[in-house]
Design a protein around this ligand. Sequence first.
Ligand code: 3HC
Length: 299
Amino acid sequence: EEPVTSADQPPLAGVRHISVIGAGTMGSQIAMVCALAGYRVTLVDLSDSQLQSAREQLQSRMDRDVARGRRRHEDVEQAMRRLATSCDRAEAVVDSDVVIEAAAESLKIKKQLFAALDREAPARAILATNSSNIVSSRLAEVVSRPERVVNLHFFNPALVMECVEVAPHDGTADHVIETSLALVESLGKSAVRLRREVPGFIANRLLSAIRREALELYDAGVADVADIDRAARTALRHPMGPFELMDLVGIDVAYMIRMAEYEQTGDENALPHPAITRLYESGDLGRKTGRGWYTYDDS
Ligand code: 3HC
């Protein structure tokens, strides 16, 4: 019998309760990862129906994993019990040791959120952002505890992907970096540590180089989207090609990442590629809407 981890014995000393803000694709899976690791978690969203649908999606993911023998039924049940949902952010974070913000990729929204979290969360709490592109120093500006602000960047699908980038800003305290690294390990993930912050961190910068080339090849009519993806899969052994990956992550996310970079740098080269803007404006956001670069009939 494996020992049962209860909220009284958190996997990492000093981290009893984690709040995750935003029940979208990333936030809901991040919350599940934390609950599976043994933490007491509250997933927070403005919308009750969003929370409801996040819970349903997570439950069906978990059921599938159990059915395929990937997880034990009792582990999933316990994790589900450790995972609460709430529309009341202030109440959720009041006893949180770590808050992971996974809201929309907008500097304005994140600044408002961090200012609020700074008032609502206890002084000891680490305020982490899952932002892909907005560096934590920009959010540290609006709080009274800049030394407790850090980027903890998960990858989609967060239940599956091993990597979490830990990106401190210049003023992040060493003990906060150490706790963040230990937290990532305790989640069964593998931490990639940045020594210095940079928008996009490491993985998304590598990805955006590939994506830029892919879009140039597409624009120039060199090959179809499906063939460019096939080259990435079969010649480079990437699990997905760049276009399939945009559909998985979401065209809206791809668009907002570029806009956030533009907002931060003012560099017009950062603006989204016209083809991405076109898809974004037409509402073809990838798998979640059933159509992006490809058409899906299962969603
Ligand atoms: N959510 C949770 N679990 C998922 C999932 C999802 N969306 N998609 C797949 N899985 C899990 C399931 O357990 C699935 O098994 P199931 O079908 O029995 O449920 C298992 O993975 C295998 O899935 P598939 O058989 O459908 O396909 P693959 O073997 O190709 O795996 C994949 C799917 C893990 C998504 C793989 O294709 C992959 O690694 N793709 C690349 C993903 C990637 O690059 N992510 C990083 C994106 S960049 C990012 O996130 C940064 C951000 O800032 C934008």
